[in-house]
Design a binder for this molecule. Structure first.
Ligand code: ATP
Ligand code: MG
Ligand code: MG
Ligand code: MG
Length: 400
């Protein structure tokens, strides 16, 4: 199945069960949101999970682009991306967790044809005053899916505050032989889907109060689902990543370097597609960091390499895949993203970083020749020469 077919199959399944399409949001949350980027499908639906009626009704589904800065350390493994797409379904005070899990099971085994013997589930085993999730556990047992009860890993929240509750994670076996062990003992069990019971509201002072109505929120990583359906071991061989890996691979990068650079450049394009520009604070800084991390790896062996060598068609294809060139989810105001100006922004940022390194390297060498850098050295390099601390640290690491 192509990713388009996967999305179609997912949405059709939920339409048949009476769900309406929820609009896809930008990676940039509305102003006032304490979180920098949209991190999950439920994130834009927060007000509705807290009780406000949704214009689309009580059953919703969609696909939502997400960015998790909290996952940056994991990016480079086989299953974590910085920007990814999440298939989501919601019951806003409507059906319960048992129904959600059963419909999920039907879709995975029926719609997507995953043998039931390759599934494993985890549920919340209790803690912090909340009892074990017997309903979810019994539902899985009734379906014949092995289930493991765990602690904090099965409590979902989108951040320090907001709706939260116990969840049930669904794993698919990706090993060659028959499944062995459990998701906690064998990494070949890959998590694809999470079903959360949104039952509580965490307040800024840490208090947990019950929500007026309890809802179900599910999120399934599109790239991960595609990976398990193809029988692949990594998300980097899928539709949305392969071309990036091919192009970046032309620079003779391999392994983690290849994956990190492919992920970061692809993610940067999607972030730019939502109107973020490189900067020194907030979202702009996250974007700048992604690009600088990629360029730092890229230039390690050959400083002459340039993003100019990537075909513009790759940007266009990526934006299309994330539906940033048409339909909902274009720039605020609805204008389509201009690939030419996006590319110019990338090259501009590359030039700027190259210039900073060129000026910075001899200065940092001079300062470090006198011994370890002091706070005053950092301030001098920053205030007088415009060299940020992380860049100086990068140059120090290169030199050592
Ligand atoms: P993991 O435990 O693998 O880090 P998670 O439990 O943090 O995943 P959830 O918050 O439950 O992830 O998100 C729902 C789904 O989104 C996951 O089941 C997974 O399929 C997908 N997903 C989560 N993080 C990523 C990521 N960094 N890259 C790609 N897909 C992801
Ligand atoms: Mg995670
Ligand atoms: Mg998990
Ligand atoms: Mg999860």
């Amino acid at each position: 199945m192509t990713t388009d077919e996967i999305i179609r199959t997912f949405l059709d399944h939920y339409h048949r069960h009476g769900h309406q399409d929820a609009p896809e949001s930008s990676l940039v949350p509305p102003s006032g949101d304490p979180v920098l980027f949209t991190t999950s499908g439920m994130h834009p639906l927060t007000p509705y999970l807290l009780g406000r009626p949704h214009p689309g009704g009580r059953r919703l589904a969609n696909v939502q682009r997400c960015l998790r800065t909290t996952d940056l350390d994991e990016v480079g493994d086989s299953t974590h991306l910085t920007v990814f797409q999440m298939l989501g379904s919601w019951s806003l005070g409507d059906y319960d967790i048992a129904t959600s899990l059963r419909w999920g099971y039907d879709l995975l085994t029926g719609g997507f044809g995953i043998p039931m013997g390759r599934l494993h589930a985890t549920v919340f085993g209790g803690g912090s005053g909340e009892g074990p999730d017997d309903t979810a556990r019994d539902t899985w047992t009734g379906l014949g899916v092995p289930v493991e009860a765990l602690g904090e890993d099965n409590w979902w929240s989108n951040g320090p505050t907001g709706p939260c509750g116990p969840d049930s994670e669904i794993f698919v076996w990706t090993g060659d032989g028959p499944p062995t062990g459990t998701p906690t003992t064998d990494a070949r069990w890959v998590e694809v889907w999470n079903h959360v019971q949104m039952r509580y509201h965490r307040h800024p002072d840490g208090r947990l109060t019950p929500l007026p109505v309890s809802s179900i929120d599910t999120g399934m990583g599109l790239e991960r689902l595609e990976m398990v359906l193809r029988g692949d071991r990594s998300v980097f061989t899928g539709d949305g990543l392969r071309r990036w890996v091919d192009e970046v691979g032309n620079w003779d990068l391999h392994g983690t370097d290849l994956r990190v650079v492919s992920d970061h450049l692809r993610s940067a394009v999607v972030v730019l597609g939502d109107g973020v520009r490189p900067g020194n604070t907030g979202r702009g800084y996250v974007l700048r960091r992604l690009l600088r991390r990629a360029l730092t790896v890229l230039w390690r062996d050959d400083p002459a390499r340039s993003l100019d060598e990537l075909p513009p068609e790759l940007y266009a294809e990526t934006l299309r895949r994330f539906r940033q060139t048409s339909g909902p989810g274009t720039l605020p105001g609805g204008q389509p993203v201009d690939v030419g100006s996006l590319r110019a922004t990338l090259l501009d940022e590359e030039r700027r970083f190259r210039g900073l390194l060129r000026r910075g390297r001899p200065l940092v060498d001079r300062v470090r020749a006198r011994g370890p850098l002091s706070e005053r050295d950092y301030h001098w390099l920053h205030d007088t020469h415009g060299l940020p601390r992380d860049l100086v640290d990068g140059l120090l690491a290169d030199a050592s």
